[in-house]
Ligand binder design. Structure first.
Ligand code: PMP
Ligand code: GLN
Length: 373
């Protein structure tokens, strides 16, 4: 399989000593308590295999988090599985449920892992496009995408790369389709806490009749700005979660014990700490959005996540992939072309995703460099 766009752009960034606004990762160390708890766990000697399902304190913290934030009744013993990042939770869930020839519907643009995993399984990813500038869900398109082979809807909200946050009314349309056709929903909610302004993330599992058919995926890396830790999880009803565990035990078996302790500490931090991380990120979103607009680019309003999408056509660009491949060498900035999140680049040929999760001075420097264009 080809190198992922994130590996390619991070490699180009490092080759050309460029500011990396491609792959989405913060450049600050993450909350002190989270890091301290992981370090303390290492020093205590908690460095051996954890249970495949995850350490009890983290499973309890995840179940408590789902209850406290969303009123969801998740069983820490049977309703939670800790994975090597949300990535492994997603690919294990897909592997547990999809057979060759099955179809999985996903909002397009979609995170690259979905199509790659579907391809590995011989399943077919069926895209339902959401369009700039508001990225509203087209309920008719969703309903028309369902066939006799559809098994799953892969729903990413808050949404990478667009920064869209699905409203309850949009989620209800997804739920109606899932219930009518007896589909499982795989809900990728890794950006659940990186939501800006007055937006509110609603897990689809909270809608009537949905908990029993939804696998919800979270990421400690995203929530606590420690993306390299790769601690994620799936929650849901016991039968679906057992399927995820059954597969995941053969992928990684288990994920880093001390890091699980760190994330468990993070999930017990006061809620205001998470809100503060989002407020800070919203400010960075504004810095980057305003700066890109000053360069004459159209920037689509991002309501969540690490990302902002701009249309670089005013720079004379016709192909964002080519543009992003040359950008690190030309001006010392890396970014990601949105077309890689689409089955066909048609209509998004000139869209580029920039990560805003960097220190203010780094964002300012990146904007200065982009001015050379
Ligand atoms: N889903 C989406 C939408 C993402 O952007 C990412 C990227 N981190 C993941 C899943 C994977 O998360 P993790 O790093 O926890 O594996
Ligand atoms: N989720 C990150 C992004 O969208 C990339 C993670 C990865 O490199 N696999 O930038």
């Amino acid at each position: 399989m080809a190198e992922t766009i994130f590996s390619e752009m991070s490699r180009l960034a490092s080759e050309h000593d460029a500011i990396n606004l491609g792959q989405g990762f913060p450049d600050t160390p993450g909350p002190r308590e989270v890091v301290d708890a992981a370090v303390a766990a290492m020093h205590r000697g908690w460095n051996q295999y954890p249970p495949a399902v995850g350490i009890p304190s983290l499973r309890t913290a995840i179940a408590d988090h789902q209850r406290r934030w969303y009123g969801l009744d998740v069983d820490p013993n049977g309703g939670v599985v800790v994975c090597s990042g949300a990535s492994e939770a997603l690919s294990s869930a897909m592997t547990s449920l999809l057979r060759p020839g099955d179809e999985v519907i996903a909002l397009e643009p979609y995170y690259d892992l979905y199509a790659a995993t579907a391809a590995l399984l011989g399943a077919r990813l069926v895209p339902v496009r959401i369009h700039a500038p508001d990225y509203a869900l087209d309920g008719d398109a969703l309903r028309e995408a369902v066939t006799g082979r559809t098994r799953m809807i892969l729903l990413n909200t808050p949404h990478n790369p667009t920064g869209a946050v699905l409203s309850t009314a949009e989620l209800q349309q997804v739920a109606d389709v899932a219930i009518a056709h007896d589909l499982v929903v795989l809900a990728d909610e890794v950006y659940e806490h990186l939501v800006f302004d007055d937006e509110r993330h609603v897990p689809i599992a909270t809608l009537p009749g949905m908990f029993e058919r939804t696998i919800t995926v979270g990421s400690g890396g995203k929530t606590f700005s420690v993306t390299g830790w790769k601690i994620g999880w799936a929650t849901g009803p016991a039968d679906l979660v057992a399927g995820v565990l059954g597969v995941k035990q053969w992928f990684s078996f288990a994920a880093g014990t001390p890091l699980q302790h760190g994330i468990a500490a993070g999930l017990t931090l006061p809620d205001e700490r998470l809100a503060a991380l989002a407020t800070d990120l919203a400010r960075k979103r504004d810095l980057l959005t305003d700066g890109l607009r000053e360069l004459g680019l159209e920037v689509f309003h991002s309501r969540a996540t690490y990302f902002v999408t701009a249309d670089v056509a005013p720079l004379g660009v016709t192909d964002s992939l080519e543009f992003c491949r040359s950008l690190p060498e030309r001006v010392g900035v890396a970014a990601v072309p949105n077309q890689v999140f689409h089955a066909s680049p048609e209509g998004v040929e000139t869209q580029v995703r920039f990560a805003c999760c960097k220190r203010d001075e780094i964002l300012a420097d990146a904007l200065l460099r982009l001015r050379k264009l």
